[in-house]
Design a protein around this ligand. Structure first.
Ligand code: AMP
Ligand code: MG
Length: 350
């Protein structure tokens, strides 16, 4: 299959491109498109054969459910068995935006889309290309991240092309995404609302809008927890770079010194080593393969660059990566959740 890449300007949407993409969705085909979080791989969410194509293209395990993307709140109402009162409050505050809500599904939603579950994940993305595509197709669009299963999520169209070329008919290239890590997932089917995946929207932001306590799935916090994460996708080794990734935690000067020493040792043993640094520390490392993730003071930039850096190290055939730790104040939990998974929870405290 030939993959057509259509460039599309988010500030001035070309309706001919959107129409062409929407026709493919209506025919049950796959289209990759930008959202504000990462690129999604979309198909008609209410058709089992269409949803199945997503799993096949990504090599995704079929028990890992898809997020259904909508453009209007009523579309949530149309696929939910009941709409919890919290859903309206959260939608008013955060939609369109990087928040996915889990609700009980009704019979319209096929089990292919929900990975066999009785609940469905729903989000209204804050990206004009995504919203236009949903509206024009007249479909609800199931869309997981548009990467091959196990690879870092794509934050630009070129990443999608690397993973999906020849496997899908179309990629809409709307340029690099704004946020760079996947949506926060909140489960509204429990007695207490529960975060199943941390993201740009934090627990504090959710609690403020809901006026009630929000808990965090214990299964996602500890690496060796006895409890399985409730979101099936969180149990897989995700976001894995080819290299062995080790996080080094501690006071900055000590971290820089420790990483430099470890790099020298590995290099002496003939290994290709990379470093994930920040603008502030970049010059202090002596590896020829040091990349800055951005300024430590700019957490949004750190989130935005994370997956791109992991992919760049893959391309360079680096064998070991040492990374500084980024437990920044607001979205640090979301960043560290991704990075810890990529590192298989290898953390060195110095
Ligand atoms: P992705 O679209 O690649 O960001 O992955 C979607 C994430 O949402 C995965 O971790 C899924 O396991 C999770 N998810 C989707 N639907 C549900 C659901 N009904 N219940 C719990 N987790 C879900
Ligand atoms: Mg994904």
């Amino acid at each position: 299959m030939q993959t057509k890449v259509l460039k599309i300007n988010s500030a001035d949407i070309d309706n001919i491109c959107i129409k062409e993409a929407a026709k493919l969705i209506q025919k049950g085909e796959l289209v990759a498109f930008p959202t504000e979080t990462v690129y999604g791989l979309g198909a008609d969410a209410l058709r089992p054969e269409a949803a199945n194509k997503i799993y096949a293209a990504k090599g995704r395990p079929s028990d890992n459910p898809l997020i259904v993307h909508i453009a209007r709140f009523e579309e949530l109402v149309s696929i939910a068995k009941e709409v919890p009162k919290q859903a309206k409050l959260l939608a008013d505050a955060f939609w369109p935006g990087p928040l996915t809500m889990i609700v009980w599904k009704n019979e319209k939603v096929p089990y292919e889309t929900t990975g066999g579950m009785e609940t469905v994940a729903v989000r209204m993305p804050n990206h004009p290309v995504a919203l236009h595509l949903i509206e024009e197709s007249g479909c609800l669009i199931a869309a997981p991240s548009a990467n091959t299963s196990g690879k870092p999520s794509p934050t630009e169209a070129a990443h999608v092309a690397l993973d999906m070329d020849g496997r899908i008919p179309m990629i809409l290239d709307g340029g690099p995404v704004g946020i760079g890590i996947e949506s926060t997932i909140i489960d509204l089917t429990e007695r207490v609302p529960m975060i199943l995946r941390p993201g740009y929207i934090t627990r504090e932001m959710l609690e403020e809008v809901l006026g009630e306590e929000v808990c965090i799935d214990p299964g996602i916090i500890a690496a060796d927890s006895e409890r399985k994460p409730k979101a099936p996708g969180m149990k897989y080794k995700h976001y894995a770079p080819k290299a062995d990734l080790i996080l080094v935690e501690g006071q900055t000067d000590v971290v820089v010194e420790a990483i430099n020493r470890l790099v020298s040792e590995k290099q002496a043993a003939g290994q290709k080593v990379g470093i994930i640094a920040t603008d502030e520390t970049m010059e202090r490392y002596n590896s020829d393969c040091t990349m800055s993730i951005g300024a430590r003071s700019d957490e949004d930039a750190i989130a935005r660059h994370l997956y791109k850096i992991l992919r760049e190290f893959d391309d360079l055939d680096i064998e070991v990566i040492y990374s500084e730790s980024f437990a920044t104040p607001r979205i640090g939990q979301a960043i560290m959740n991704r990075l810890l998974k990529a590192a298989g929870h290898q953390v060195l405290t110095v």
